[in-house]
Ligand binder design. Structure first.
Ligand code: PAF
Length: 284
């Protein structure tokens, strides 16, 4: 059974003991409401380290004032069952007071530039909240490896950059997006979708795939590729918040004529849900 630890001191002591015993430790940070995407992270973590800790913490710092902090799904009992089934060693489940005992942290980690593009345009404080809590989790657990889903590509790129900039001794591993049979990327926020919105939401991946097909057939013109995405979305009556092509590491906008591997990312609101998805064009 997965051991539940609620206190920073307990998880620190557990991780130190594992390391003393010569066991490597993997951390999978989550906000709970676990789905197949999270489970793929845990499975990969198991392959990469002797011990696995999954953190479950809905981090208030990464939600904007009018976002879904209050209604974000919380399914702890079901989460723990799934983690036990996968042989997770520890679930670290702190309270907000445990993580922010003096109120919202005054010290923030800001990965400048990369946090203001793509999703950062409409969520200007989101990635600062993410980078700050991930830095805290890395300091608390001291893992050898930390795993994140590629669905949140911007988050993954920002965390990689933070780890490099701050010389954090951890290996950051990205894990491929898990999709349902319609192509929709699994996300805890899919729970907000009605049945008809869910049907329409499958157009997000169809649009990305249509652009990928064109890219694979030799199309390199930025405008043409973006138009292909927009057209598929329009057919499903989806007005995206953005569709962009960018460098997968720096997140800088792609040139008009695409060179090497390029991130094609989008975000769209469907009813109560804000969905994101991406593919990497030209990735071998
Ligand atoms: O991807 C998430 O679920 C969150 O942003 C993370 C990385 C757990 C930080 O709160």
């Amino acid at each position: 059974m997965t051991k539940v630890l609620n206190h920073i001191s307990e998880v620190r002591a557990w991780s130190a003991l594992m390391h003393e015993n010569g066991d490597s430790v993997a951390l999978v940070p989550t906000m709970g409401a676990l789905h197949g995407g999270h489970l793929a992270l845990v499975e990969e973590a198991r392959r990469r380290a002797a011990r696995v800790v999954v953190s479950i913490f809905v981090n208030p710092l990464q939600f904007g004032p009018h976002e879904d902090l209050g209604r974000y799904p919380r399914t702890l009992a079901a989460d723990l069952e799934q983690l036990t089934a996968l042989g997770t060693d520890v679930a670290f489940v702190p309270t907000v007071e445990e993580m922010y005992p003096e109120g919202p942290a005054l010290t923030r980690v800001t990965v400048t530039e990369m946090s203001q593009v793509l999703c950062g345009r409409t969520r200007p404080t989101h990635f600062e909240g993410v980078a700050t809590v991930v830095a805290k989790l890395l300091n608390i657990v001291g893992p050898d490896v930390a795993l994140f889903g590629e669905k949140d590509w911007q988050q993954l790129a920002i965390i990689r950059r933070m780890v490099r900039d701050l010389n954090v001794a951890v290996d950051v591993v990205g894990v491929a997006t898990v999709r349902d049979s319609s192509g929709l990327a699994l996300s805890s926020r899919n729970q907000y979708l009605t049945e008809s919105e869910r049907d329409r939401a499958s157009a997000l991946y169809r649009a990305l795939e249509a652009a990928r097909e064109a890219y694979d057939q030799g199309r390199r013109d930025r405008r043409v590729l973006l138009e292909i995405v927009q057209k598929t979305l329009a057919e499903a009556e989806i007005q995206p918040e953005y569709v962009e092509l960018a460098d997968p590491d720096s997140l800088k906008p792609a040139l008009n004529h695409l060179g090497g591997p390029t991130l094609l990312a989008l975000a769209a609101r469907l009813g109560k849900a804000r969905l994101i998805d991406n593919v990497i064009l030209g990735r071998t």
